[in-house]
Write a protein that binds this ligand. Structure first.
Ligand code: CP
Length: 318
């Protein structure tokens, strides 16, 4: 594997990737020599708790050294556009910064969220693609503008571990949030659920339709109670509007969409999932997230496994 920015980079064989992840989980230190004298550079344009810690832990399990750079804390402010007269507050151009970063590592991992101001710029993955083009290193997405594949892989591992039927009913429900959030986690989850072949339903208020390139053949249901009826897994997530002219806007904070005991009551005693961080009593009630069906902690723990599976595959190729 030469990069990991979306599900296709796994080579189209999800069962094989899941098997590999399960073997890694049983013995995290089996390949502790694979990354010896290799360095992972993790570059963050945005905040993180889980991605930062789980990816570093995964790399350490494989014997790698890690370097972390928080671009907004201590690095030069980067210009990302070309043909700009750099007479403002930006001291370094990303086109020099990227190959320099590449020269200090063997694998480079990037977190760069959607700006939510320019849909074309976000959906062409401008920053991520510049790292792929100019770093000279295998690139791993730690959440880019349109996808969060390490999260979706961990979500899939978690569903496989807890599912009670071969083809569970998985419902991704939009839930309210006070700030405009990217569509990346929702896009990515849809992409992975479609590939897994589960019964997959997306529910959200009208106006929150996602890019059909990600939702594919998933059933879209505007009545969330109808969608949640009989669900085996409830995956909650907020996202801002994708469709024009409202791209990046918050259209609703209606708390009837908050996942609570009443909404979970119509499910098939479903497991509750969320990628975290989560705003309690906006996205999900205290009772549900603390309840026996909440998978948020094992789901987060599986981030180490998804990252390690990806790093192992890339290390085997360099
Ligand atoms: N789920 C997730 O990516 O968490 P962080 O933003 O804390 O890394």
């Amino acid at each position: 594997m030469k990069k990991f920015t979306n599900i296709n980079d796994l080579g189209g064989n999800l069962p094989e990737a899941l098997k590999e992840a399960s073997e890694i989980k049983k013995d995290r230190f089996k390949y502790a020599e694979l990354g010896r004298n290799k360095t992972l550079l993790m570059v963050f344009f945005n905040a993180s708790l889980r991605t930062r810690l789980s990816t570093q832990k995964a790399a350490t399990n494989l014997g790698m050294n890690t370097i972390t750079l928080d671009i907004n804390q201590g690095a030069w402010k980067l210009e990302t556009k070309r043909n700009v007269i750099m007479d403002g507050d930006k001291s370094e151009h990303i086109l020099e910064a990227i190959p320099v970063m590449g020269s200090y590592c063997d694998i480079i991992a990037i977190r760069s969220f959607a700006g939510l101001e320019n849909k074309e710029e976000d959906y062409t993955e401008k920053i991520l693609n510049q790292f792929i083009k100019y770093s000279g290193r295998p690139v791993i997405s730690m959440e880019a503008a349109t996808r969060h594949p390490l999260q979706s892989f961990a979500d899939l591992i978690t569903i496989e571990e807890y599912k009670r039927t071969i083809r569970p009913k998985v419902v991704m429900t939009w839930a309210p949030h006070p700030k405009a959030l990217p569509q990346a986690v929702a896009n990515s989850f849809a992409e992975w659920m479609n590939a897994a072949g589960y019964e997959f339903i997306i529910t959200h208020p009208e106006g929150y339709e996602l890019d059909p390139a990600f939702t594919g053949n998933a059933r879209i249901e505007y009545d969330h109670i109808k969608a949640l009826r009989g669900a085996d897994f409830v995956y909650a997530k907020n996202w801002s509007a994708y469709t024009d002219p409202n791209y990046g806007k918050v259209l609703s904070t209606d708390r009837k969409w908050t996942v609570d005991v009443r909404t979970m009551g119509v499910t098939n005693n479903a497991y509750f999932m969320h990628c975290l961080p989560v705003r309690r009593n906006m996205i999900v009630s205290d009772a549900v997230i603390e309840g026996p069906q909440s998978l948020v902690i094992p789901e987060a723990a599986n981030r180490e496994i998804s990252a390690q599976t990806v790093l192992k595959r890339i290390l085997s190729n360099i």
